[in-house]
Design a binder for this molecule. Sequence first.
Ligand code: GAP
Length: 501
Amino acid sequence: MRFTNFTNSVNPVFVTAPNIDTIVSLAKRRGFVFPSSEIYGGLGSAWDYGPLGVELANNVKQSWWRWLVYERDDIEGIDSSIILNRLVWKYSGHEATFHDPLVDCRECKTRMRADKLEGYFPEGGGEFNPNERIRAGLVKCAECGSTNLTEERFFNMMFRTTLGAAASDEDPSALAYLRPETAQGIFINFLNVQTTMRRKLPFGIAQVGKSFRNEITPGNFILRTREFEQMEMEYFVKPDAEHLKLVDEWVALYLEWFKGLGIDGANLKLHEVPQGELAHYSKRTVDIMYRYFPEREEEERQWEELMGIAYRTDFDLRSHSSKPVDEESKRINPDSTEDLSYFDESAKQRFYPHVIEPAAGVNRTLLAVLMDAYSERTNDKGETRVILKLSPQLAPIKAAILPLAKNKPEIVGMAKAIKRSLQPVLRAVYDDTGGIGKLYARQDEIGTPFCVTVDHQSLEDEAVTVRDRDTWEQERIKVTDLAEHLQKRLKPFPIVTPEVS
Ligand code: GAP
């Protein structure tokens, strides 16, 4: 747990959240995230994003989209369907292999993912037979520590649904899935994007959207849920590219992006996924981990995956293509109508591009951002204040306009007019529901970078006080200069919408 001293506060304060529970409570209290379906007793591990949460999530997604699609010249964006033809999931390998091993504890009746249990993997590698290990009593229940477990069985994590009004639940021709990753929507559109946008390798396709997995053990707030959002990008390269180096390059870029969102590098670390634990499509995966559990004594147990960067080879484009054949010259995919290969004009060669895939979670990024931004300040009287030091680009509200006297119509009118004038260039709110101290505290707690106070003097000098969330320093600014002043201070994260010519 890390503490620091603020120059203008008396006591040491937290500079990150001490645990996820602190964020759960802040999120509910201040309108970021609510437990879903609460009035009906809730729905395990489902969460609804409130007025501030939806803004924060939108800002995370917008920052990612700008960074990849607008600021680079080699990436296009798409938005594919959530429900795809079932054959997509057959040929992607998800129908056959997207499953988790499941065990039940015979003592405490808990159902768990076997591969997360102590003793499941043999130490130092070697021969791996999970059921033999379970029978030998080497695998322990995470709840009660018993080794009296059932043998493992596999559970496919894709959510099933049926298409069409007349379809019965058992009709295989009507079976469809909610996508468990956004990536497949990119692969099946590879040719559409490449040809319509006249792209040459290397280039990438980015997509952000919901994914669904019937997780056996969801939990830890928005860290692992059954419905979540992903920001995925498939970067297509030539087969002879330096794939492993490219993985490292994307890891380095994402580390910088996360730091740019305000996440402290000390709370990020890399994890090279061991060969035996790689997904069916991956030759190499590096996970970027975040310290979601700073309260845990053992350093090793403080981390969980924030995102993964995988080298998926040409596995997906090849599997979805109509041409490749097996040893007996039989088509590997007799259902596809397209060959998703690429013709390299300069080398006069046709091949299936290889792919580097950085895949990040919106919800996990949001949780990491909130945990890292959380700080507490305690004054002389022992009163503790929460200050959410969100990066200005992510803050749900950029400026709060506060009248010093809400019973003075001239002050209220001026404050409301200032709010309206700022609204086209930045997200501003007006608030007069408390004394000024309370209003400042409320805005600090939700991460608003600037409070603008309108007082009696403002009526005379046409100026307002701008208070900085992090330093609590105040500056007097002319109303005519206010929008420009705030925008300058919000830089390098302007939120002005692009001009349309
Ligand atoms: N296309 C590759 C892929 O989906 P993944 O590691 O399974 O890779 C990528 O998922 C990211 O999606 C994860 O690093 C995580 O941020 C997010 N994610 C995956 N499952 C999640 C879940 N159940 N709840 C919240 N986020 C999840």
